[in-house]
Write a protein that binds this ligand. Structure first.
Ligand SMILES: Cc1cc2nc3c(=O)[nH]c(=O)nc-3n(C[C@H](O)[C@H](O)[C@H](O)COP(=O)(O)OP(=O)(O)OC[C@H]3O[C@@H](n4cnc5c(N)ncnc54)[C@H](O)[C@@H]3O)c2cc1C
Length: 423
């Protein structure tokens, strides 16, 4: 780094962080340090496929150091963000401190258990690669236990899965598990054919895929029912006690597996002005993603809320596209500042939303157009595989995915248990 370069510290290498860096690193007037708790970027939309054993973790992840090894003005630091001291232009990390000219938070969200202690302790979330590996192990271990028990009630409980949250993640994981139950599990676990057990999908909303069109919601609801999933709407999970999920109306569902996709809350960012932290712990930013009350600190993507975009007065949806586009816009604006040019306020270009329910069942709302069935499944596949951030992942993932799509034979049904060793 030379003394003339502006020091940009980016906390979080998800969609927003990586797209900001990709654009900004083209300009050698900036020296960028990326800080992330993981040493890899990953692609959350395909987490559920890792959880179900359809894809390997490496298909949807890529090491930061490999991603940036050819760029001289990017440095990577694996660390946990602890706090920012804005008066000193300094961040404190788990591995030391860094000073900055510009600081960018792109730290995303974490699972929100809404303060339900038992759920937080016992439910399996589906947010990170670690969650996905844990969920895969857990599901496979549970089904092995079901093959051994001679107690009919116990077996039913082991073969019952409750998924909370009927957004895209909840719909996708319950759909893929139902297809596995109806297909591959019959081959691999013949002793379980005809045994009781069910997949429940529960949401406190009146609809599945709440932000999508009515047509998509109706199609998805019917497709889930056809797959044998019990969809319970207008129902709230209140607790998880003595091996039963307890609903607000008192109903109890005995199960050993509660998969939690019901909500997220932004990652905590100690040191930011208290007034800038708002709904869902998101940081209030202006039209240029600058944090309210600070001059050289920015927040992007899921971690922030912006109410200045005329089409989105309540903030943007917490999705990949707003994060990507905000990262790209901020890169342009930091370069505009260096060039003394006017700044460009952020405007979100909504490219549409989609969800996949099964092999040939998906929905996509793109502008005013609505797609469903196999056409939507193909659009979904193409866009998701294409969006993976690098060539190697794209090709490898495409072949794995295409193989599994045609054969429905899930290759990654392994229970790996890495031991922990102090280094
Ligand atoms: C299971 C799942 C499925 C999804 N499916 C879709 C989909 O189909 N389509 C869609 O548009 N969106 C989907 N989303 C939402 C989408 O992934 C997010 O909106 C998007 O990732 C937000 O990008 P971001 O850059 O703001 O945050 P993220 O991508 O979450 O990145 C945050 C980064 O910050 C790092 N980090 C966090 N806290 C710290 C800390 N304290 N210290 C250091 N590093 C930290 C994390 O390791 C991570 O790398 C899905 C999300 C999930 C969880």
């Amino acid at each position: 780094m030379d003394g003339h370069q502006k020091k940009v510290v980016v906390i979080g290498g998800g969609f927003a962080g990586v797209h900001l860096i990709q654009q900004l690193a083209k300009d050698n007037r900036f020296f960028i340090t990326l800080v992330d708790r993981n040493n890899y970027n990953f692609f959350p939309p395909l987490i559920y496929q890792v959880s179900a054993g359809f894809l390997e973790p490496s298909n949807i992840s890529y090491p930061f150091r490999k991603l940036y090894h050819h760029k001289k003005n990017i440095n990577f630091r694996m660390a946990e963000f602890i706090k920012v001291i804005p008066e000193q232009n300094k961040v404190v990390l788990s591995t030391g401190e860094l000073s900055y000219d510009y600081l960018v938070f792109a730290t995303g969200t974490q699972s929100n258990f809404f303060g339900i202690e038992n759920v937080q302790k016992k439910a399996v979330p589906m947010k990170t690669i670690n969650d996905a590996i844990e969920l895969r192990n857990y599901l496979l271990q549970t089904i092995e236990r079901a093959t051994i028990t001679t107690d009919q009630e116990e077996r039913k409980k082991l073969l019952t899965i409750v998924v909370t949250g009927a957004g895209p993640s909840g719909v996708e994981i319950s759909g893929i598990l139902a297809e596995m139950k109806n297909g591959i599990y019959k081959k691999d676990y013949p002793e379980l054919i005809g045994q009781p057990g069910a997949i429940y999908l529960i949401d406190s909303n009146a609809k599945v895929l709440a932000p999508m069109s009515q047509k998509s919601q109706d199609y998805t609801y019917n497709a889930l029912q056809e797959l044998g999933i019990k969809v319970l709407l207008n129902k709230q999970v209140k607790d998880y006690v003595d091996g039963s999920v307890v609903l607000a109306d008192g109903e109890k569902i005995p199960t050993d597996t509660l998969i939690w996709t019901a909500g997220v809350i932004a990652t905590e960012l100690p040191g930011l002005p208290k007034e800038s932290i708002t709904r869902g712990r998101r940081v209030m930013v202006d039209a240029y993603n600058k944090v309210q009350g600070l001059d050289n600190v920015y927040a992007l993507g899921d971690s922030c809320i912006m109410t200045t975009d005329p089409a989105f007065p309540n903030g943007h949806p917490q999705l990949a596209q707003p994060a990507i586009q905000q990262g790209q816009n901020l890169a342009k604006n930091l370069r505009n500042i260096a060039d003394n040019k006017p700044l460009k306020p952020f405007k979100y270009w909504d490219k549409g939303t989609m969800a996949i329910i099964g092999k040939t069942k998906a929905v996509a709302d793109i502008g005013k157009l609505h797609f469903k069935g196999i056409i939507a499944a193909l659009i979904w596949g193409f866009i998701h595989i294409w969006s993976l951030i690098n060539y190697r992942n794209k090709v490898k993932t495409f072949f794995n995915w295409a193989f599994v799509w045609f054969t429905r034979d899930v290759g990654m049904r392994f229970i790996f248990r890495p031991g922990r060793k102090e280094l």
